[in-house]
Design a protein around this ligand. Structure first.
Ligand code: F6R
Length: 259
């Protein structure tokens, strides 16, 4: 796991955007499968990618994308459905084809069957080349809450009270946060060829420390990333504030071999 600690949210966003840009430019004809997270963590990175698309010609026209998760029972038209969130905040602002942006159908009559279909669709598309992740304050990635099997596949999950309360900020007064979700499993996410996890702010510091320096355990689902060979964690000083080896990670970046 490579841990990159940067001073500001802007620097974090720019670095995450660099990872996307390099991956797209290195893919033949830009044919790449991106794994997209929703939530607040990647928003500035998406904003920077939109800027590079508009001002520097970065093209996503041959890309396809798979979202991590979706609320069950929330109509696609609801602005907090992840179907809509990713379009409003990213994909409608770049040149990716709308029908190349895939997400689990949270309105499916049979959510369990939908989860299996979605997992199979990712595999049929050749798997995810570059997955971006945020992390929940309880250590979830996707919506794999503590206790999730480290090998789990896409499935129906129940959110923790902590996640429901964390996500209330996105919903208007009087609305309730859905408690059920469809999420790629930890095993599904782990099959992405490359993973970039981003987090900013002190609220994420404990989860970042547990993920990268704690035990690999279902209690901190993100810790499964310790078993993946190509994970880059891009965080700001505040999110890094509980890392025991923060100085070492900074030293590694300073002294990075050129070869
Ligand atoms: C969203 C997702 C979640 C979020 C996490 C952090 O698609 O998969 O794991 O990344 O809940 O949310 P924010 O970024 O809003 O703090």
């Amino acid at each position: 796991m490579e841990i990159i600690i940067l001073p500001t949210e802007e620097a974090v966003a720019s670095r995450v955007a660099d990872e996307f840009e390099n991956a797209i430019r290195n893919a033949a004809d830009g044919r790449i499968t991106l794994g997209l997270a929703t939530g607040s963590s990647p928003l500035k990175s998406y904003g920077e990618l939109v800027r590079r698309h508009r001002e520097e010609g970065l093209s996503f026209k041959n890309a396809q994308a798979f979202l991590l998760d979706e609320y069950v029972g929330l109509p696609r038209t609801h602005e907090q459905s992840y179907y809509r969130f990713i379009r409003d905040n990213f994909t409608s602002l770049i040149d990716i084809a709308d029908d190349a942006v895939n997400s689990p159908n949270g309105e499916a009559d049979d959510p369990r069957a939908e989860a299996i279909r979605y997992d199979e669709a990712i595999a049929a598309a050749g798997g995810v080349d570059l997955q971006i992740l945020g992390i929940g304050t309880d250590g979830h990635i996707g919506f794999n809450e503590p206790g999730s099997a480290l090998t789990s596949r896409t499935r129906l999950k129940t959110l923790t009270e902590q996640t429901i309360s964390d996500n209330m900020r996105f919903f208007t007064d009087g609305e309730t946060v859905p408690i059920h979700v469809l999420t790629q499993g930890l095993g599904t996410i782990s099959q992405a060829r490359r993973i970039v996890l981003t987090a900013t702010g002190e609220g994420k510091a404990e989860a970042i420390a547990a993920m990268s320096e704690g035990a690999v355990s279902a209690f901190c689902p993100a810790s499964v990333l310790q078993l993946h060979q190509k994970v880059t964690v891009v965080i700001d000083d505040a999110a890094a504030s509980k890392l025991k080896l923060a100085d070492y990670y900074r030293f590694v970046q300073e002294k990075k071999p050129l070869v």
